[in-house]
Ligand binder design. Structure first.
Ligand code: CTP
Length: 469
């Protein structure tokens, strides 16, 4: 229309100043953005160019943990700052849980969901809510690669060639910056077979040779051999992650930790539950006062065993095999300062070891009961009773994927869900690796004092139990 020409019938003239600007096309993308790199910058640039307004979701440590993304080296605040300083985000949101994307897209009125091509196909389901675009990933750079370059790869050797050792190797593949390279077993043929099967670089006949070739060892041999393997590794300047129970004696366990501390080496007991995100959250919820004062912990773990070392004296039995888990719950929730301990065990005629046990701990203001069975089956749940309410963790509580905080008024129940992938061994290994990298000899997730207390309880329970037949 020319200036001063009358408006066409039916049309409306608006002053240019009053034209409502078209709403921007909104794009959303998500990531961890650890050690912000060129791949991240290019992804954000292209995502923003798709619309003009970019919302960036940055993942929390908890969320990363729960999806098995471990060893992220920067904190959430640092990673948010990375994105903010790129100047490419119009808005930043925090991604805390699975399923949040669907909500964010609706809440923020998003038109396009964009993500790198490493996720191709994985987010097609969001197509019900907005357009989904996969952008080519920048080649040759990733946070994983930068983390490895910054800290070097941690070379790990495995002692023992059994089932748990094999599971550990499989899980280690999910922990960045860790490479399992060697195996040693008392029976050399088994080590060779293990190395071939799991594609490890070496099988060592002599433990000393392996110790020279690695930075750390994971010990998964029979209980009675742990102590010797730990001592030798520490003497060789090698960090140690040792399967539970590290030893069956409080004094020996204490000695090993002292030795590690004196040498400035990391020694950690591989109690996988202690490192599972759901278990830590359960302990935090219980200790936050939400159920009042904790007055009792009841934990049960049974696993029927038909044959094998677990049923043989002197080291087998339900206590040495399984009590570590329920006792972990007791010391994490009530502490290590118990005042007395009483144990009842069942050893049927003909059995070399006790096949069911109940360890009762009395604390000044609380009680704990740990039940374990290798010849008796029971519900494997955990109840933490407090003065205002209780926490219920259904079987298998030691994997802690789900728990509830329950109260007198059942409408007040809160449910917590923490799915994690795999066997859970990756969490203990990730913690072990991050302690070595960060130069910290103690983890709040499992302190030396807690491992020592558990060893002490196991030792007393085994020697003082009232035996039923
Ligand atoms: N991205 C990319 N090009 C790269 C690396 C990442 O386009 N070279 C994209 C990812 O596809 C994702 C976003 O950047 O859309 C955030 O990825 P993030 O997982 O934080 O980065 P990575 O470097 O892939 O991290 P990691 O190595 O820990 O998996």
């Amino acid at each position: 229309m020319l200036p001063n020409e009358p408006p066409a019938p039916g049309s409306v003239t608006v002053d240019a100043g009053d034209v409502a600007p078209a709403p921007p096309v909104k794009v959303i993308t998500y990531g961890t953005f650890d050690l912000f790199h060129d791949g991240h910058r290019r992804l954000l640039e292209r995502a923003r160019a798709l619309g003009g307004y970019l919302v960036v979701g940055v993942t929390t440590e908890n969320y990363d943990d729960s999806r098995g993304k471990l060893n992220v080296s920067q904190s959430l605040m640092e990673r948010i700052r990375n994105v903010s300083e790129s100047g490419l985000a119009d808005e930043i949101v925090i991604e805390e849980y699975e399923g949040q994307k669907v909500q964010d897209i609706q809440k923020h009125g998003i038109d396009i969901f964009a993500i790198g091509s490493d996720w191709l196909g994985k987010f097609d389901y969001l197509g019900d809510y907005c357009k989904v675009v996969y952008l080519d990933r920048t080649k040759g750079v990733s946070s994983t690669q930068l983390r490895n370059e910054n800290s070097g790869v941690l070379r790990v050797g495995v002692v023992g060639a059994g089932r748990i050792a094999a599971r550990f190797v499989a899980e280690a593949r999910f922990v960045s910056g860790v490479s399992v390279e060697a195996v040693h077993s008392r029976t050399y043929d088994k080590a060779v077979d293990f190395a071939t099967r799991l594609e490890l670089q070496r099988a060592d006949k002599d433990y000393e040779d392996m110790l020279e070739a690695v930075d750390a060892v994971y010990i998964a041999s029979p209980h009675a051999t742990h102590e010797g393997y730990v001592r030798q590794a520490l003497a060789a300047g090698v960090h140690v992650l040792c399967e539970k129970p590290m030893t069956l004696s409080e004094a020996k366990t204490r000695e090993l930790f002292q030795e590690a501390t004196e040498r400035g080496l990391v020694l950690l007991e591989a109690i996988k539950t202690a490192f599972a995100p759901g278990f830590q959250r359960m302990v935090a919820v219980a200790r936050s006062g939400s159920i009042g004062r904790i007055r009792s912990v009841d934990a049960t773990f049974t696993k029927l065993v038909k044959s094998g070392r677990e049923l043989e004296a002197p080291d087998g039995g339900s206590i040495s095999e399984l009590a570590t888990y329920p006792l972990l719950a007791a010391v994490k929730l009530i502490g290590t300062e118990y005042s007395s301990i009483r144990t009842t065990s069942l050893r049927p005629a003909g059995s070399q070891v006790e096949v069911f046990s109940r360890i009762d701990l009395t604390y000044p203001h609380a009680t704990a009961s740990a039940r374990t069975g290798i010849g008796v089956k029971a519900e494997g749940d955990l109840v933490v009773a407090g003065s205002r309410g209780y926490i219920y963790v259904p079987a298998p509580w030691w994997l802690t994927e789900y728990f509830e905080a329950r109260f007198e008024d059942s409408r007040a129940t809160k449910k917590y869900y923490y799915k994690f992938d795999g066997d859970g061994l990756r969490y203990e290994l990730a913690e072990f690796a991050s302690m070595i990298r960060g130069g910290s000899l103690e983890s709040f997730k499992l302190r030396a004092s807690e491992s020592i207390a558990i060893a002490g309880i196991i030792e007393k329970a085994r020697s003082e139990a009232l035996i039923l037949t």
